[in-house]
Design a protein around this ligand. Structure first.
Ligand SMILES: Cc1ncc(COP(=O)(O)O)c(C=O)c1O
Length: 358
């Protein structure tokens, strides 16, 4: 069997959910489990949070159906709402909470006959300009939706553009825009993603929506997950499958981009970009071997990558290699690769077997 496995620590996810709840005392929390629970396995994560989570948030009906099959009672929020009118019927059958993010969705809802009313989360565009109604459009739609027979609870939600940048003036503007609508009669309110759960108490409202923090990664460039009291949930672990000496002047890997500047010892590791390891991670990106960081050497291949073991002479074939996880934060690898932990976690491919620990 190919020595590459992603081990998911479900107790870490429960711990991180509890951290979110402690940050926002008295508020409810939708555990965001879209994109296969950020690559961790939606089924296992939902089951692990079955008794803890107040609700779950997903990106589409297919994801919602998967959660509903595991949890008969949970509130499940469809973050982008229904993509076509016929989906409202299925949303009602699945007893979902739906975002309504634009006039097309609102009209379609009002034109649909439903067997039961839905909890609707009217989405405010408070400044991100991705989805949602302007504040004045919210005022126009509020009375129409409030009295609509298709609507059970009428709720307000919005999303931050820069909550991961502490002190960004847009955060304050977005909170202000949201608060400016609270004279309207909404049943529930929700604004905070992980970054806001952790650092913007004024945004906690009734429901928070933590995603990345549940998986033990940080939304911030300048605060680590450990500093936030989070536990990494996923360990991506491969093996050293070959070791060789490379003389000065010889190159390593595709494109011959890495050239030995000293007599070098090069290790080959059983993980590549077809597993989700970022191909654009440059030489120098750390991987962990025997508790020590060693640098990537040359281009990442489809199924393998090379590391410079010259400063770790004890390393030998068969040793386990952590690409990221408990001892090497995914955020650190992501920073080297010019991306964010979110992307690395969601891009671990299907061929990497997931193993679960409770
Ligand atoms: C609408 C919405 N709410 C909450 C989240 C969770 O965000 P985070 O993973 O930063 O906590 C997301 C994630 O993209 C989202 O799109």
């Amino acid at each position: 069997m190919r020595p590459l496995v992603a081990t998911v620590d479900l107790s870490a996810i429960r711990h991180n959910y509890a951290v979110a709840k402690r940050c926002a005392p008295g508020r409810q929390a939708f555990a965001v489990v879209k994109a296969n629970a950020y690559g961790h396995g939606a089924r296992e994560v939902v089951s692990a949070l079955h008794d803890e989570a107040d609700g779950f948030a997903v990106a589409c009906l297919e994801e919602a159906a998967e959660v509903r099959a595991l949890h008969a009672d949970a509130r499940i929020l469809l973050l982008e709402g229904c993509f076509e009118p016929s989906e409202y019927l299925i949303a009602a059958q699945l007893r979902l909470d739906v975002a309504v993010q634009g006039p097309e969705q609102a009209h379609a809802l009002l034109e649909t006959q439903l067997p039961s009313a839905l909890n609707v989360w009217l989405k405010l565009d408070s400044g991100m300009h991705r989805l949602g109604f302007s504040a004045s459009a919210i005022r126009d739609w509020h009375p129409r939706l409030k009295q609509a027979k298709q609507v059970a609870e009428l709720n307000l939600m919005s999303h931050f553009a820069c909550a991961d940048v502490r002190g960004d003036s847009l955060n304050e503007d977005q909170v202000e825009c949201f608060l400016g609508l609270l004279d309207l009669d909404f049943d529930q309110r929700s604004l905070a993603n992980s970054a806001a759960v952790l650092t913007i108490p004024a945004a906690h409202m009734d429901w928070v929506r933590p995603g990345i923090m549940l998986y033990g990664a940080t939304p911030f460039a300048d605060i680590s997950a450990v500093e936030l009291g989070l536990r990494p949930a996923l360990n991506l672990e491969a093996q050293l499958i070959a070791v060789r000496d490379v003389p000065v002047g010889e190159s390593v890997g595709y494109g011959a981009r890495w050239v030995a500047q000293r007599p070098s010892r090069i290790g080959t590791v059983s993980c590549g970009y077809a597993d989700g390891y970022p191909r654009h991670a440059p030489s120098g990106t750390p991987v962990l071997l025997g508790g020590k960081r060693v640098p990537l050497a040359g281009r990442v291949s489809m199924d393998m990558l090379a590391v410079d073991l010259t400063d770790l002479p004890s390393a030998s074939v068969g040793e386990s290699v952590e690409l990221w996880g408990a001892h090497l934060p995914v955020d650190e690898v992501a920073a080297h690769a010019g991306t964010i932990g979110y992307e690395l976690l969601t891009k671990i491919t299907a061929r990497v077997p997931r193993r679960y620990r409770n």
